[in-house]
Design a protein. Structure first.
Length: 211
């Protein structure tokens, strides 16, 4: 399928605006800053987007997809549940050091920014962020559930609870690392997750040997 010149320009605008939104805030980024980032005048931007809110949402989706690509790459070649769940944690945590888009984790940034706002833009971003966070939790849940079904983890493990805990621990580590400008916190969070799942895997129930 051939991409039109307009579609290419639209993608270029999104890619150029994404770092600004992720660093300065989706609602707080000014039009003059967007013009400087994209190299376009206001009319040139609005020729492709109906308003700044539409551009902000597409920039969020763009940033999120880049992060997801990095997570998928981190899981390549990982086979055991401990390897896969640790790779997932490291993929999320990587936003503090080698972020796909400057500014850190887009989920954490946007969740904080949209928390108290009640403008249409805030509400749209909050809804988009909630869904993205739920998708991340469900992805983690799928890894844990697969580990249970494969006999790598005890059948008593609650996959949903473990997934929610994992995301909460890593995102909390990201917040502390960003606040104190020290990656130690999120690295420690990943280590805790690795050690936790390693312990779970070591206590898995084995089927009794048939006689």
């Amino acid at each position: 399928m051939t991409i039109t010149k307009g579609e290419r320009t639209r993608k270029r605008i999104v890619a150029a605006a994404a770092p600004l939104f992720n660093q300065r805030g989706y609602v707080g980024s000014s039009m003059s800053e967007l013009m400087a980032a994209t190299g376009l005048e206001k009319g040139g931007i609005y020729r492709h987007f109906s308003n700044k809110d539409e551009l902000a949402l597409e920039a969020f989706d763009h940033t999120l997809e880049l992060q997801r690509e990095r997570i998928r790459s981190a899981l390549e070649g990982k086979e055991t549940v401990v390897e896969r769940i640790t790779a997932l944690a490291r993929g999320i945590a990587g936003a503090v050091e080698k972020t796909a888009v400057p500014g850190g984790c887009p989920l954490l940034n946007t969740a904080i920014e949209s928390d108290d706002g009640n403008t249409p833009a805030h509400r749209a971003l909050r809804k988009r962020t909630r869904q993205a966070m739920r998708d991340t939790i469900n992805y983690a849940r799928g890894i844990v559930q697969a580990g249970i079904e494969a006999g790598e983890l005890p059948g008593t493990v609650d996959a949903s609870a473990e997934a929610e805990s994992l995301v909460g621990v890593v995102e909390g580590g990201l917040m502390l690392s960003k606040l104190y400008e020290d990656p130690h916190y999120v690295r420690q969070a990943v280590d805790r997750i690795y050690n936790h799942f390693k312990r779970l895997a070591s206590t898995r129930r084995r089927a009794p040997t048939k006689r």
